[in-house]
Design a protein around this ligand. Sequence first.
Ligand SMILES: C[S@@+](CC[C@H](N)C(=O)[O-])C[C@H]1O[C@@H](n2cnc3c(N)ncnc32)[C@H](O)[C@@H]1O
Length: 335
Amino acid sequence: MAGSSTTATTPAWLIDLHPAQADLEALVLAGMARQPRQLPAWLLYDAEGSRLFETICEQPEYSLTRTEVALLESSAAQIATAVSGAGKAAAPVVLEFGAGNARKASPLLRALAPPAHLALDISRTALHDTCELLRGAHPQTEVLGVCCDYGSVPALPPLPALAGRRRLGFYPGSSIGNFDGDQARELLMQFRRLLGADGLLLVGVDQPKAVQRLEAAYNDAAGISAAFALNLLTRLNRDLAGNFEPTAFSYQARWQPEHSRIAMALVSREEQCVTLAGRRWQFQAGEPLITEYSVKYTPESFTSLAHSAGWLPLQRWSDAKGDLSLHLLGQADFP
Ligand SMILES: C[S@@+](CC[C@H](N)C(=O)[O-])C[C@H]1O[C@@H](n2cnc3c(N)ncnc32)[C@H](O)[C@@H]1O
């Protein structure tokens, strides 16, 4: 399972482009200076965060993963046809952004049989374990891992597996929702740069639904979502010499209809002062530290976002309840 082991030596198929400590510190300082305070969502994913995310996916309230896996399984053959033009074009290499345990890649890899699968993830241990699993399960595909922030990595390494091959980006889990407004458009433009002018992109997008369902999905009764958010404080204490007291914060997940998003936050229970990265930070009682957003898009609002980033909607698959869509995007000059 993702996040369950550590790597004694880094294998050749795992390329480490993780942001440097100084970059991490700069990001955290910038986020702490914002109003309200907000840290990049990827900081939630250290080894323990990745493990807790896997447990969130198993909670009865969090149906997104089950729905998306079922949709991928039922649509994989159609997706493969749409991607490779009914077999006229060679299968592209797949670049999976934020692979996690890559449970969603397998239906695609079976249907497409791509020459290579490049898993990108910020969580080193999760990525290592995931690639090991995929390498065993899909021996016909060359599986490689890149540990990086996919939002800021300037380019992919010049890997022979990518040379001269069309690229299909795969971005499941509605992770696009972690990026707000302009950031989401920037990210889709970044994917265009990484995928190239003839690249395609398959994105899993969670849609708005009843508020009670949405809030329960991000605040499960077993308290795993809360533990996941609170683990951020433990990580900051460890990696940036912080002294957060996790019990002095409570977890909240609230639907904000004006932004069509769930806002997840750790709320200070009292007025307090915290040391982090060599500085002191004052929190008022009730002051939030935003850990992540989850923006929900209708098919129309996502299509409009994709257009604004230069992507052309090609085809869409949805589950019967209309909870989630898989959008296949291309670029204007390359059908
Ligand atoms: C919400 S989980 C989704 C995992 C999986 N794709 C799924 O759909 O179940 C997000 C995954 O993306 C990774 N991740 C989040 N932000 C990232 C970033 N900026 N760059 C690289 N990986 C990131 C996390 O480590 C985690 O594995």
